[in-house]
Unconditional design. Sequence first.
Length: 318
Amino acid sequence: MHLRKRVLVTGGSGFLGSHLCARLLDEGNEVICVDNFFSSARSNVEELMDNKRFELMRHDVTFPLYIEVDEIYNLACPASPVHYQHDPVQTIKTCVHGAINMLGLAKRVRARIYQASTSEVYGDPEVHPQPESYWGHVNPIGIRSCYDEGKRCAEALFFAYWRQGGLPIKVGRIFNTYGPKMHPNDGRVVSNFIVQALKGEPITIYGDGSQTRSFCYVDDLIDCMVRFMASREDFTGPMNMGNPGEFTILELAEKVVDMTGSKSRIVHEPLPADDPAKRRPDISLARRELGWEPTTPLAAGLEKTIAYFDGLLKEGLI
């Protein structure tokens, strides 16, 4: 019936969503971007508004949506602790009701659907690096549980729809991702450090900085997401999506200070509850099934991200 594929991206004006919308438009698709703008910004997709194949819709995925589409990327959910802990009840509703509503839509129109899950399903892992076969070590009643358990429940829903009704699903577990269009006040470590360094403010490290993270540049992550969606139907995941390069938080802080030429000093604050000590993806599955692995070195990605935040600072936007 249609010459172009119609793709729905929930959370489409967020950090990852806006990059995904741009990539899908570049590939010639029609893109419907849905967002309630709770933790995202319309400015992230303003450059796409003149494209006749792009449509922006204000909508909360905790309510049903009735449209006709061929594919769905379900990215809607605040993804940083600052945002998802602000209203934990709404975070759980977005994870669970949002998944139910998008799965219901996918079932009705027989659309392939991708779920943006997270490395947080592994909690504070006792296995390192984390393979998809690891079930995780999550505090079900801790302050992060609204997000961790919400995403775990969403995964359970996706696989229930697949087993029970044969719905074509893709579940990707996204590890730390960074790049332009990150929210400057989202509390994530990369944006925190860069903004603090550019402003000459003390750089805040929680704990002694020995905890590790793996940082994937946004273009690499979006490439993995698009490849995953296009992969054979019986490859459902869950699949880790991230960069296996591992750095301590202290190493990241020192690198940001060096690259910005900042005079900021590093200060230490108490470690938040349930903060993972280590986080690194095993991406063997993505390599094998998609022939994918990240190609952007941390320094190159940080350079682009620093330039983005420096631009915001000069415009008085942060």
